[in-house]
Design a protein around this ligand. Structure first.
Ligand SMILES: [Zn+2]
Length: 432
């Protein structure tokens, strides 16, 4: 199976660590020189960029958080003059300021090559007709995969988020061999095919790359069975430029991380200390090649483990596990990031409900559904009519604020808070 960038994906570990150190030093220098935010932080900690002599020194550097990114909207973290920026993307954040990612021409080139690595690892070649149903727009997914697929030399159909029957028709007419998008959307396509009486084995589909939302091995099996393809997991995050951060190889025993472009730490989310090798912790990323928007020790909020042992495929880069959950209980539904804090803000405007609520994501049929279980502050005197109206009002406000469809389930007073307040803020049954 083809390895897209043999030189970097199969690097001797020693050589890789040396490359990482050199790139880290350049990145810290760039941050210090060009980004007042980082200069202030490093000055406050008494850190001089020249003092950084080993990869272990990374641990003295300050973290960067989602809040830092939001507070710097739109340009404050950009490390180059605007004339050198050739592209922006925004995160799919719902309320509050979105986070911005900027790219120079070199950043775009690196990004394209990293995504191409994932595609090649996922068995996609120039012979493939690739149908992409990630959104094309401010969200980085569509453009990122598109560039990578073109770099591979595949024939690309940027179908984006077209109507489902149109996806199926294009699949038939163009004899698409590869699908790229969100796993839940792939299942919606499968569902639509069944409704349209289209047999998957009458199509030319062969392989699929899926990501941008959590999915499980069970879901992989379901996608493979219903679409007659082999399904691969890919991982990225908009703060690191989008897709291309990690992807599965044919061994499918973890996702190979692009360690020559990202320095990855696995930390205890509470203490910030490194967890023992192989154990689960929060993934923390430092960019190593980014010019427009370098980030130091970005707290991703994604929990996973990392295995540095060699892979039978020949790649020497470490492999991350699937994301098990998030530190902030953010849930991803239909490509949108929903933060409990944003939900709490909307609920605070309703005196009839308590601050206790729970996000529950399920997939009962073709589509993912978001249920918000909200605890009433007290039992209203007129239960029927009034409660129904309250439920509808909350649902309407949340839909407008978050931009996703959802259902409100009102709970009796103390049904969440009564258990000593110990309940998960988010339950994602799609992972099970
Ligand atoms: Zn491998």
């Amino acid at each position: 199976m083809a390895i897209y960038d043999q030189r970097h994906e199969c690097m001797n570990r020693e050589e890789l660590l040396q490359l990482q150190l050199e790139r880290l030093q350049a990145t810290v220098n760039r941050c210090y020189k060009n980004v007042p935010f980082y200069r202030r932080r490093l000055d406050d900690l008494g850190i001089e960029p020249e003092g950084l002599q080993s990869l272990d020194d990374l641990r003295a550097l300050p973290f960067t958080t989602k809040e830092d990114l939001r507070a710097s909207y739109p340009y404050d973290l950009v490390a180059v003059p605007l004339r050198e920026v050739v592209r922006f993307h925004l995160s799919s954040g719902t309320t509050g300021a979105p986070t911005v990612i900027a790219y120079t021409a070199n950043d775009l080139q690196h990004w394209t090559n990293l995504v191409a690595r994932n595609l090649a690892a996922g068995e996609i070649t120039r012979e493939d007709v690739v149908q992409i149903f990630f959104g094309y727009g401010l969200f980085s997914g569509g453009f990122g995969l598109h560039q990578g697929a073109e770099a591979i030399g595949a024939s690309v159909l940027p179908v984006s988020e077209a109507e489902l029957p149109q996806q199926v028709k294009i699949m038939q007419d163009f004899r698409s061999t590869a699908l790229i998008g969100m796993p839940s959307y792939a299942l919606s396509i499968a569902e639509t095919m069944e409704r349209m009486d289209v047999e998957p084995n009458s199509l030319s589909l062969r392989v699929g790359l899926f990501g941008a939302e959590p999915w499980s091995e069970e879901r992989r099996a379901e996608i493979e069975q219903r679409l007659y393809i082999r399904a691969y997991d890919i991982y990225g995050l908009s703060e690191m430029g989008g897709p291309g951060v990690a992807g599965e190889c044919p061994e499918r025993c973890g996702l190979h991380l692009a360690e020559d472009h990202y320095l990855i730490e696995v930390l205890d989310p509470d203490s910030g200390a490194p967890v023992p090798a192989g154990q689960e912790g929060e993934l923390v990323f430092t960019t190593l090649s980014k010019e427009a928007l370098p980030l130091l020790r970005y707290r991703s909020g994604d929990l996973a483990s990392v295995d540095p042992s060699p892979c039978p495929c020949g790649r020497t880069t470490a492999r991350m596990s699937r994301i098990s959950r998030r530190t902030d209980d953010m849930v991803i539904i239909h490509g949108m990031n929903i933060f409990p804090a944003d939900v709490a803000q909307v609920l605070a405007a309703f005196p009839e409900v308590s601050p206790h609520f729970q996000l529950v994501v399920e997939r009962p049929g073709a589509l993912d559904e978001l249920n918000v279980r909200v605890e009433l502050a007290g039992l209203p005197s007129d239960i029927g009519e009034k409660v129904l109206r309250l439920r509808d009002d909350i649902a309407a406000r949340l839909r407008a604020e978050l931009g996703v469809d959802l259902r409100i389930i009102l709970l009796e007073p103390r049904s969440l808070s009564g258990q000593g307040g110990k309940y998960p803020r988010a339950v994602d049954t799609r992972n099970r």
